[in-house]
Design a protein around this ligand. Structure first.
Ligand SMILES: Cc1cc2nc3c(=O)[nH]c(=O)nc-3n(C[C@H](O)[C@H](O)[C@H](O)COP(=O)(O)O)c2cc1C
Length: 210
């Protein structure tokens, strides 16, 4: 097989394009936080994963903004407020979620820009997105930073202390993918629909499926 190779000590952009072209489909965390003046901030992050089931921990990675070299509003808010909500994306709200990624001046509300409805959380002050079908209320746990230059990333972890799931997604207490219609992120401007699901038997027979 003919392989193209490259070293990763060049430009940010060449590393970035192979990261986002290789690691896919990527789940998307739509993170809502509270600004210093009490207004709302929302932005999507596809460098996102599950880390631990109990305690229930998730992680996502905001990069230093490549256009300005500044930390994004989401991490700024999380480090101050110590809490955030992860909202999930389904097909119905892709356009609105894409709109929330706009780089607005600090303090301007992406809920309003995108036509999304903020609703109260139960345990934290950051708002949830009503139009999203799953919400995780999170308390900031810790972070790792990999530099202060444009394109440098950091990992932020949060402990999920409350989960909200639209009941229509559930069958016998489990989320049904085809009803949920989750959407992932691809390379460039690609978004990936999960409209073709296949199943495989688990091979470890001894494993207990709860
Ligand atoms: C689907 C999608 C996924 C994104 N994923 C990330 C990501 O993982 N990390 C990141 O730093 N920016 C990501 N962005 C860009 C941010 O959403 C964008 O920089 C946003 O303006 C940050 O907002 P904030 O300053 O309010 O935090 C993504 C954008 C889109 C549309």
């Amino acid at each position: 097989m003919d392989m193209t190779t490259f070293d990763t000590n060049g430009e940010f952009a060449s590393n970035y394009k192979f990261l986002i072209g290789s690691i896919l489909p990527r789940p998307i965390a739509v993170v809502s936080t509270r600004n210093e003046d009490g207004s709302n901030n929302v932005a999507p992050f596809s460098f996102f994963t599950a880390v631990s089931a109990k305690p229930m921990i998730i992680a996502f990675s905001p990069l230093i903004r490549s256009s300005t070299g500044e930390m994004k509003d989401t991490p700024k808010n999380i480090f101050r407020e110590k809490e955030f909500v992860v909202n999930f994306v389904s097909e119905e709200i892709v356009d609105q979620i894409n709109t929330t990624s706009a780089e607005l001046p600090y303090g301007q509300d992406e809920f309003q820009l995108a036509g999304l409805t903020p609703i109260d959380s139960e345990k934290i002050k950051a708002k949830r997105i009503k139009e999203s079908k799953i919400h995780f209320e999170c308390i900031y746990r810790d972070h790792l930073s990999y530099g202060d230059e444009p394109g440098c990333g950091q990992i932020i972890t949060g402990e999920v202390i409350k989960v909200h799931i639209s009941s229509e997604l559930l069958d016998s207490g489990r989320i049904v993918t085809q009803t949920y219609k989750p959407v992932g992120r691809g390379a460039g401007n690609d978004w990936i629909l999960c409209d073709h699901v296949i199943q495989k038997e688990r091979l470890m027979g001894a494993q207990i499926q709860k």
